[in-house]
Design a protein around this ligand. Structure first.
Ligand code: NAD
Ligand code: LMR
Length: 327
C-alpha cells in the first residue's frame, strides 16, 4: 500500500452530504492509505466549512494526512486522484431531479474544465450532485483530456435501496443478495432489475414469485425513494447518499466482490442498446480503478421497455444541456 496520501476533492463540502462523507473518508472508509482532503465550497459557505474542519481536527483521525479548503476549483483540484462532485442544489418537495438541470449544470462545466487542467493523471471522478448522470456528462464533455471512463455518476444509492427492499421482502440478509442492477438514469425512470439479481444464488424474480409486487411496489419504491425521504425529512437523503458515495468510490478503486457486480452510471459504449456517449447506469465489475460493463445478460420485453424509457430521458436531458450550451 502506498503511504503517499490519496488526494480526494469533495465539492459542496459544507453541505448535508459533506457532513457525513468527510468524516468517513477521513476515518479510513477507503482503506488504510492516508487521505488528504481538498474541500471546495462557494465563498459564503467557507466559514461553515472552517467549522467542519475544526471538527475533523478534533477527531484526530490517524488516516487524515491534511485538509485544504477553498472556493477556487483549480487550486482545490490540483493533483487530486479522486474527485467527489457533490456540491449542487438539492431538489425540494414536488420537484423532479431533472428540474435542477439549468440551476446545477453550469457548476459542472466549470469543474470539468478545472479538473481537465489540474487533476492528477490517474484521477477518478464520481458525481453525486443532481441530476447526477447529466452533470457527469457535462463534466466529462468539458474535460477532453481526461479519459471518458474516469467519470461516473452515482446510482449506488438506488442499488443499495433495491438490495434492502428485496432483503425485506424475502427475509434474506442483505449479504445474500447479489447481482442487483440499476439501469438508466438516477431518476424516477430508473429500472431496478430483479431478473438478474440473486437471493442466496437463486434468481430473485423467481424467489419473489410476485410480478405484481415487482412492478407495482418494488420498482416504484426504489425509484421514488428520494422523493419519499424529502417528504418525510423535509430535506433530501444525506447520510445514505454519503454512504453510497463511499461504497461506489471504494469499489471503483479497490474492486467489486468476486462473483458479484455493482451499479454505476458510466459512459455507454452502446452496450444493451444504450445510446453511445450517454452516462447511463449499468451492471459493472470493477478492478484496479477500472470498470467494465457486464455483458451477455438476456433482456426480455419488460426490461427492454423500462431501460429504453430511462435512456430516452437521458437523451432528452442531453438535448436540454446542449441547448443550454453546457456541452
Ligand atoms: N446521486 C444521489 O444518489 C444523490 C443522493 C442525495 C443527494 N444528491 C444530490 O447531491 C447534491 C448535494 O446534496 P446536499 O443534501 O449535500 O445539498 P446541500 O444543499 O446541503 O449542500 C450542497 C452544498 O454545495 C455547495 N455548492 C453549491 N455550488 C457549489 C459550487 N459551485 N462549488 C462547490 N460547492 C458548491 C453549497 O454551498 C452547499 O454547501 C444535491 O444535488 C442532491 O440532490 C444525490
Ligand atoms: O431524490 C433526491 O432528489 C435526492 C437523491 O437523488 C436521492 O435519491 O435521495
Amino acid at each position: 500500500m502506498s503511504s503517499t496520501p490519496l488526494k480526494i476533492a469533495v465539492t459542496g463540502a459544507a453541505g448535508q452530504i459533506g457532513y457525513s462523507l468527510l468524516f468517513r473518508l477521513a476515518s479510513g472508509a477507503l482503506g488504510d492509505r492516508p487521505v488528504e482532503l481538498r474541500l471546495l465550497e462557494i465563498t459564503p459557505a467557507l466559514k461553515a466549512l472552517e467549522g467542519v474542519v475544526m471538527e475533523l481536527d478534533d477527531c484526530a483521525f490517524p488516516t487524515l494526512a491534511g485538509v485544504e479548503i477553498g472556493d477556487d476549483a483549480e487550486t482545490i483540484f490540483d493533483g487530486v486522484n479522486l474527485a467527489l462532485l457533490v456540491g449542487a442544489k438539492p431538489r425540494g418537495p414536488g420537484m423532479e431531479r431533472g428540474d435542477l438541470l439549468s440551476a446545477n449544470g453550469a457548476i459542472f462545466t466549470a469543474q470539468g474544465k478545472a479538473l481537465n487542467k489540474v487533476a492528477a493523471d490517474d484521477v477518478r471522478i464520481g458525481v453525486t450532485g443532481n441530476p447526477a448522470n447529466t452533470n457527469a456528462l457535462i463534466a466529462m464533455s468539458n474535460a477532453p483530456d481526461i479519459p471518458r471512463e474516469r467519470f461516473s455518476a452515482l446510482t449506488r444509492l438506488d442499488h443499495n435501496r433495491a438490495i434492502s427492499q428485496l432483503a425485506a421482502k424475502t427475509g434474506a440478509p442483505v449479504t445474500d443478495i447479489t447481482k442487483m442492477t440499476i439501469w438508466g438514469n438516477h431518476s424516477a425512470t430508473q429500472y431496478p432489475d430483479l431478473f438478474h439479481a440473486e437471493v442466496a444464488g437463486r434468481n430473485a424474480a423467481e424467489a419473489v414469485g410476485d410480478q405484481d409486487w415487482l412492478e407495482n411496489t418494488f420498482i416504484p419504491t426504489v425509484a421514488k425513494r428520494g422523493a419519499a425521504i424529502i417528504e418525510a425529512r423535509g430535506s433530501s437523503s444525506a447520510a445514505s447518499a454519503a454512504s453510497a458515495t463511499i461504497d461506489a468510490a471504494r469499489d471503483w478503486l479497490h474492486g467489486s466482490a468476486e462473483g458479484d457486480w455493482v451499479s454505476m452510471a458510466v459512459v455507454s459504449d452502446g452496450s444493451y442498446g444504450v445510446q453511445e456517449g450517454l452516462i447511463s447506469s449499468f451492471p459493472v465489475t470493477t478492478s484496479n480503478g477500472d470498470w467494465s460493463i457486464v455483458q451477455g445478460l438476456e433482456i426480455d420485453d419488460f426490461s427492454r421497455g423500462r431501460i429504453d424509457a430511462s435512456v430516452a430521458e437521458l437523451a432528452d436531458e442531453k438535448a436540454a444541456v446542449t441547448e443550454l450550451g453546457l456541452i
